[in-house]
Design a protein around this ligand. Structure first.
Ligand SMILES: [Fe+2]
Length: 289
């Protein structure tokens, strides 16, 4: 049985069709296809919390996400991005999923590995699975690339990050919500209470569950910030599990709130366009107080 269209969905569908028709032969096409996808926006945020040990004060974390290599984003762009990330001299580098658009069809694995190897972070490089990393039998291809490039793949597990013998925080990664088997209790079981803990989840909407656990910050991607947005109407398409939290910073809960940051990602999928959703790199500076 076909579901009736709501008025809002109907208007979005019409607007989407109009955008596509308009885009085919106009400046809009050139802008959304060629210009905005290469307009990297670098966002700086403070990640502050009373549980952050003083030794971590001022430490820098760079998050990048959703490159979707092989669709529109290419290795030349990734190589430039790696230089940009290294220029920030991050202490920790995080990748929050969707490396290749279709892992089993991507032919430049060795070049990709050697570009990612150049990323440098003294306190470590960590990543999680996105839905595209599992798709097309990609799970092992993705793990192999990331591990050989020096990343630790966090699959429902946590790791302590030590600055010195008395200062540590925890980093937890869960499997993708769409195509994996995320398990928050398993992932968090070794995290001591009253320790600052950052959760990596490709899907942002997991934050509603995560806010029930002793996690202080969650970093996500997946939404692409809507990728193509219609003025006054919002995103044309937004994937499942990115419908509540689409981009930017959110505070979830009142008592001991969870802070969520949703990165818009770098590449595109399905449609080779970005409109009102520029690609993003996020630089967090830790602040203890
Ligand atoms: Fe993605």
């Amino acid at each position: 049985m076909t579901k009736p269209l709501t008025r809002r969905k109907f208007i979005k569908r019409i607007a989407g069709t109009m955008f596509t028709l308009l885009g085919i032969s106009s400046v809009g096409y050139v802008y959304a296809h060629r210009i905005e996808p290469s307009m990297l926006e670098i966002n700086h945020l403070e990640m502050s919390h009373s549980l952050i040990p003083f030794g971590f004060n001022g430490k820098k974390i760079v998050q990048f996400s959703d490159t979707h290599l092989g669709f529109q984003y290419n290795l030349h762009q990734l190589n430039e991005l790696v230089s940009t990330i290294n220029d920030f001299a991050p202490d920790i580098i995080l990748f929050t999923g969707d490396l290749m658009d279709e892992p089993n069809k991507f032919m430049q694995i060795n070049q990709l590995r050697s570009i990612l190897q150049k990323l440098h972070a003294p306190l470590g490089k960590y990543c999680i699975y996105g839905n595209h990393d599992h798709g097309g039998y990609g799970s092992e291809i993705y793990r192999d690339i990331m591990e050989s490039a020096g990343f630790t793949v966090l699959l429902n597990q946590s790791v302590p990050i030590h600055f010195d013998s008395s200062s540590k925080i925890y980093l937890t990664g869960i499997d993708d919500r769409m195509l994996g088997r995320p398990d928050l209790p398993l992932a968090l079981k070794n995290v001591p209470s009253n320790t600052f803990s950052i959760l990596l989840s490709h899907a942002p909407d997991v934050a509603d569950d995560a806010s029930q656990y002793p996690v202080q910050w969650q970093l996500s991607g997946h939404s692409h910030g809507g990728q193509v947005k219609i003025p006054f109407l919002g995103a044309l398409v937004i994937p499942p599990f990115a419908r509540i939290y689409q981009e930017g910073l959110y505070k979830i809960g009142n008592n001991k709130p969870l802070m969520l940051y949703v990165n818009r990602g770098l590449g595109t999928t399905r449609l080779p366009f970005r409109f009102m959703a520029k690609p993003e790199l996020t630089v967090f500076t830790l602040r203890s107080f």
